[in-house]
Design a protein around this ligand. Structure first.
Ligand code: ATP
Ligand code: MG
Ligand code: FE
Length: 336
């Protein structure tokens, strides 16, 4: 089966064709980073305009690279939510038009289910599975007992991990998106500032990153009052050490408590080198299989949407042309 995936929830316009839910045939991503950089973040109205300009080209390119015609496809899978409403609508409407014109079924995919299913493009999922989702808008620990079954065991109470990266980067005067910049500085740093770890109550699988962000701001402020400047690398390394230690520790505890067969990381922050190596090392020591997709499949893309859409297609899930963008969509199981 061939599924066309479409993703426009934030600032990437993406289309991809995936075969049998596991094999990438084409994966096209048009990023807006260069234009959003000027504003230090994603401006929703600009994101929507970019999507309008790019979406048809990106879909055509995904088909051309795959050397497939619309008639060769089995379904269209599109990010239904969550995300920026104007951005989501461009993808959903393009998917509806494409599906209607070519007589194909349409499937609405949750963006985070997509991030999780990026892993299915690398190796088969084994259940029960623990997914650590770390992205621009989400920080969650999810247990999956099978395909399409999601149980939330912990989530952030304030900022998402990626959001914290981007905000701290802005404090340090680094360009958008801040995650990769901090990652680079941290890797090259020859020292680090000590920042607190937000463990929350004993036993909690929830996260909190806004206190850490405030610590960084206070640290910079205190130095400024003494007429000193911060060493950005030391701050980046200290901030990253706190984030990575908390994420790794809580993921390990959850993996043990729920006795999972596999742990996967997903989302844009899973591209982080420090986090990847900490998780890899920790789970290797514990002999729990751990996987994280290549960086291109961690950040937003449409192959992950096609992969999740394929699993939904196999389970008989179909949407219809009344589909709308759902900016606040929550991750619900499509199968128990
Ligand atoms: P969501 O998936 O929650 O809807 P999103 O789609 O905007 O949010 P992603 O594209 O999955 O988020 O991830 C983007 C985030 O990942 C940004 O916050 C970015 O700074 C962060 N990020 C990307 N690369 C790295 C990295 N190497 N280190 C840390 N953070 C990173
Ligand atoms: Mg993005
Ligand atoms: Fe994302």
């Amino acid at each position: 089966i061939y599924i066309l995936g479409i993703e426009t929830s934030c600032d990437e316009t993406a289309a991809s064709i995936v075969k049998n839910g596991t094999e990438i045939i084409s994966n096209v991503v048009a990023s807006q980073i260069t234009s959003q950089k000027r504003f230090g973040g994603v401006v929703p109205e600009i994101a929507s305009r970019h999507h309008v300009e790019q979406i048809t080209l990106v879909i055509e390119e995904a088909l051309a690279i795959a050397e497939l015609e619309p008639a060769d496809l089995d379904a269209v899978a599109v990010t239904e939510g969550p995300g920026l409403v104007g951005a989501l609508l461009i993808g959903v409407n393009a998917a509806k038009a494409f599906a209607f014109a070519n007589g194909l079924p349409i499937i609405g995919v949750h963006h985070i289910a997509g991030h999780i299913y990026a892993n299915q493009l690398m190796q088969p999922m084994e259940f029960p599975l623990l997914a650590l989702i770390v992205s621009g808008g989400h920080t969650e620990l999810v247990i999956m007992e099978g395909h399409g079954s999601f149980k939330l065991v912990g989530e952030t109470r304030d900022d998402a991990a990626g959001e914290a990266y981007d905000k701290v980067a802005r404090v340090l005067g680094l360009p958008y998106p801040g995650g990769p910049q901090i990652d680079k500085l941290a890797a090259e740093s020859d020292g680090q500032v000590e920042f607190p770890r937000a463990w929350l109550e004993p036993g909690s699988y929830d996260f909190s990153f806004s206190g850490l962000k405030s610590s960084v701001i206070n640290y910079k402020h205190n130095l400024a009052q003494r007429g000193e400047a911060v060493n950005p690398s030391h701050v980046a390394a200290g901030f990253q050490a706190s984030v990575v230690e908390v994420l790794t520790t809580k993921a390990l505890r959850a993996a043990k408590e729920f006795g999972v067969k596999q742990v996967i990381a997903a989302g844009g922050v899973a591209a982080n080198k420090g986090l990847r190596s900490s998780l890899e090392e920790t789970f290797k020591k514990e002999e729990i299989p751990f996987y994280v997709p290549p960086i291109i499949l961690c950040t937003d893309n449409a192959a992950m949407i096609a992969a999740a859409g394929s699993a939904m297609f196999i389970d008989g899930i179909r949407g219809n042309l009344a589909m709308n963008g759902k900016p606040g969509m929550s991750l619900v199981s499509w199968k128990q």
